[in-house]
Every structure is written in C-alpha cells, then in structure tokens.
Write a protein that binds this ligand. Structure first.
Ligand code: SF4
Length: 271
C-alpha cells in the first residue's frame, strides 16, 4: 500500500483544543501519543485504556450487542445478558456502575430501534479503512471511525456519534464525518448528530454546506502537513521533544496517561 500523509478528527483535536477547553490541552500528550508511540514504556501506557476510554468502548459494544439480537431490547433480562456478553463483572466498580447505567438507559430509550442501520461499529475494530482525498496536488488519507450510520425516512444518511462522560459535543467531529460521507456515499445527502449515552443529551442535527466542507478539507490538509512536519522534526532531533511538543502542566495532567513518564507532570493541589 502506498504511504500517504494522514489525518483524523482525533489528530485535529490533539492540535487544537475545543473552544473553552484550552486549559486541558497539552501538546506533549500529542508528542507521546504520536511521535513516541513505539517506545516500550509509551506503548504499554497507550495499551492501557483509561477509565473514560473503557467506558466508551464498553458502551459502544453494548449498543452493538443490543442490535445484534434485537430481542434483547424486549426481554426483561436484556440488560443483564448484554452485561454478561461484555464481561462487565471483570471491570472495576466505577466502570461496572457507569456501563450498567448506560445499558439501562439504552434499554429504556433505544434510539436506534426501528432505524434502517447501515453501519454500526463495535468500537474495537481498530483503524478504519482510509479515505483517499486529493486537494490540488496533495493526496492524503482521512481516517474517520464512525460509530453509526442509518437512513432517515427522507433518504438522508444520518451519522450518529455516541458519547459518554461529561464532555461537550465538538462540532468539528461532525464536520469531519460529513466530509467523509461525501467520499463514502457521494450520491447521498447527510446529516450528523451526537448522542450522550450517559445523560441522554442529544445534539441538534448538524449539516454542512459545500463551502463549509471545502474549508474543513483545507483545514485537514493543514493539520496533516503540520503533523508530518512535527514527526520529521522529532525523528531528526529526539532531544528536542519538549520544544516540538511543549508541555502544559496543571489541570491537563489530571487525566493524562503519561504522568508516570512525564518530567513535567504537575500534581494538582486542590484549593
Ligand atoms: S503529565 Fe501533564 S505535562 Fe505531562 S504530558 Fe501529561 S498533561 Fe502534559
């Protein structure tokens, strides 16, 4: 396979934090995740899912299991059966409690029930197939791990992204998915939305004009180029790690996976 520069919403969000979340942003996290991911210590940390990641993954698998056997949504013990399929009893108390709540919520309000689903991911499929995009002379791969796509009654594609936890919806992700849809399903119009499986919060339907999608594509080209530049810089001068990926210690360390190996880790003292 031909190697190409690549980008995803995840990479974009690691470059530019959502508005209002700047305090949580640390470029060094991106450095560990992207430039040093093959180092043994970093690799082992990346392989350990954080609690929010475990909950997100199990929640996605739970929804998938409900729709593998739709009868589970009618059975009185449907939630318990799905919990067993997920081997939830092996997880920590916090993960068990929050995922059970998610399964119960979905059982009560199965928003995909009766929908014409054309794609529903399990969440652990790994890296999705790249979407080849050409912008002028520049070719790059876009990776878009879409949770679910169904068809609306009016024939439009609806791209649905599941969330857990308290984080706000980031509209940039919806725009990246809408751009991906123009390549994957060029004949069909699409809308996107978010749904939080823990609190039942649903976003409005998000659409994008051709001009907006063009701007998103240009932004992705810029991020893909910056990403490659950084990786090359680090490869040539590994000792410049902290200059290429500056640390932002403080609140951002609170949920960081790299506290055990980061020399800038700051233990937050509560007021
Ligand atoms: S421990 Fe703190 S400073 Fe170090 S990478 Fe993580 S967030 Fe950044």
């Amino acid at each position: 396979m031909v190697w190409r520069p690549y980008v995803s919403f995840n990479i974009w969000s690691q470059f530019v934090p959502p508005v209002g979340k700047e305090y949580w942003h640390c470029d060094m996290k991106r450095g560990f995740t992207r430039a040093r991911k093959k180092e043994l210590l970093v690799k082992s940390l990346l392989e350990q899912d954080t609690i929010p990641q475990q909950i997100g993954l199990l929640a996605q698998k739970g929804i998938y299991e409900f729709h593998q056997d739709i009868q589970l949504l009618c059975q009185s013990n449907g939630v318990e059966i799905v919990a067993q399929k997920l081997k939830l009893a092996q997880e920590s108390a916090e993960v068990q409690q929050r995922v059970m709540k998610i399964l119960e919520n979905y059982y009560q309000s199965p928003i995909l029930l009766g929908k014409k689903i054309i794609q529903l991911s399990r969440g652990d499929e790994g890296i999705p197939e790249p979407i080849l995009i050409q912008q002028g002379n520049y070719f790059f791969n876009l990776f878009a791990a879409i949770d679910c796509i169904f068809i609306e009654l009016n024939g439009k594609l609806h791209i649905l992204d599941f969330k857990t936890g308290k984080s706000d919806f980031d509209r940039r992700q919806a725009f990246v998915y809408l751009l991906a849809a123009t390549y994957l399903y060029p004949q069909q119009k699409a809308v996107a939305s978010f749904y939080n499986l823990e609190n039942g919060k649903q976003s409005e339907l998000i659409t994008a004009t051709d001009a907006q999608l063009k701007a998103i594509q240009e932004k992705l080209v810029q991020i893909a180029q910056e990403h490659q530049k950084e990786l090359q810089r680090y490869k040539k001068n590994p000792s410049d790690f902290a200059d290429i990926f500056p640390a932002n210690p403080g609140i951002s360390c609170r949920h960081c996976q790299f506290t055990s190996i980061c020399q800038f880790y700051q233990f937050e003292v509560s007021a």
